[in-house]
Design a protein around this ligand. Structure first.
Ligand SMILES: Cc1cc2nc3c(=O)[nH]c(=O)nc-3n(C[C@H](O)[C@H](O)[C@H](O)COP(=O)(O)O)c2cc1C
Length: 242
């Protein structure tokens, strides 16, 4: 059975926009028979990496901090697939997610090797059979707003010698929640997230067609600007930005 470990890096947790996608994706993996575990970066006690590299030079594989990362690292080693779920903050992952990612250094060795033409740290054998998936939403309209995050997570995955299986991306993520709350039909997006989860467990991959349905535009750019600005207008009682 595929063991999935989802790390929710949204400060809004289960009430957030990103959770809308994550919930449906994980439901798909569970329906396909996966063993699914989920943790929230913002509910765990995770210290910042001190960057003293004691986990490399003094106590190899063991961090100086004794917090919730101790158990999480064991679960990460055990999992077949890491699902990293984070909204875009300042173009990348949230600080809660960065903190967890930095603390995975004990899983790497200081020794270098060359993989696919790139210098990488040596990792324990077997990681190459394992996967990473990104789930993300962003506030801006354009899919391009998610580009730097996708590159970062793909690189992180390669650092751990795992295959990056792809990303469920939801540009104008605020609009998804807004439309759902106002009775618009967004089931095709959420059903595609569910289908992606099933595909991942059954085949180890997610089809481009399914991922495209997850990130499809929900409206035009002009409609988005108009919809959001009138929502701000109603909320603020004045023109946005004044
Ligand atoms: C501090 C902060 C920084 C953000 N930075 C960006 C950004 O750089 N680009 C973007 O498209 N959206 C940005 N957003 C919007 C969020 O990515 C978006 O609202 C997301 O759907 C929120 O997901 P959540 O409800 O799971 O937290 C930012 C939001 C916050 C709170």
């Amino acid at each position: 059975m595929t063991k999935i470990l989802a790390i929710d890096g949204s400060p809004s947790g289960e009430k957030g926009n990103t959770a809308l996608l994550l919930d449906r994706f994980l439901a798909g993996t569970a329906d396909a028979g996966a063993d699914v575990q989920r943790v929230s970066a913002y509910k765990m006690r995770v210290e910042w990496c001190s960057s003293r590299m004691r986990c490399w030079y003094s106590t190899p594989g063991v961090c100086i901090h004794k917090d919730d990362m101790l158990e999480l690292l064991d679960r990460m080693v055990d999992a077949d697939c890491w699902v990293l779920s984070t909204p875009v903050h300042v173009g990348g992952m949230t600080e809660g997610m960065v903190r967890v990612m930095e603390r995975t250094m004990p899983l790497l060795s200081p020794y270098f090797e060359v993989r696919d033409g790139r210098t990488r740290h040596v990792v324990a054998p077997g990681a190459e059979q394992k996967l990473t998936v990104l789930v993300s939403t962003c506030g801006l309209y354009e899919e391009a707003a998610l580009g730097p995050l996708v590159s970062q997570v793909a690189d992180f995955s390669q650092s751990h010698n795992r295959r990056f299986a792809g990303a469920l991306l939801r540009p104008h993520g605020l609009a998804l929640k807004f439309m759902q709350a106002n009775g618009y039909d967004v089931d095709d997006v959420l059903n595609a997230a569910h289908a992606a989860g099933m595909e991942l467990v059954r085949t180890g991959t997610m089809s481009e067609d399914t991922l495209r349905k997850v990130r499809k535009p929900l409206m035009t750019q002009d409609e988005f600007v108009q919809m959001m600005n009138s929502a701000f207008d109603r909320r603020l009682g004045c023109q946005a930005g004044r």
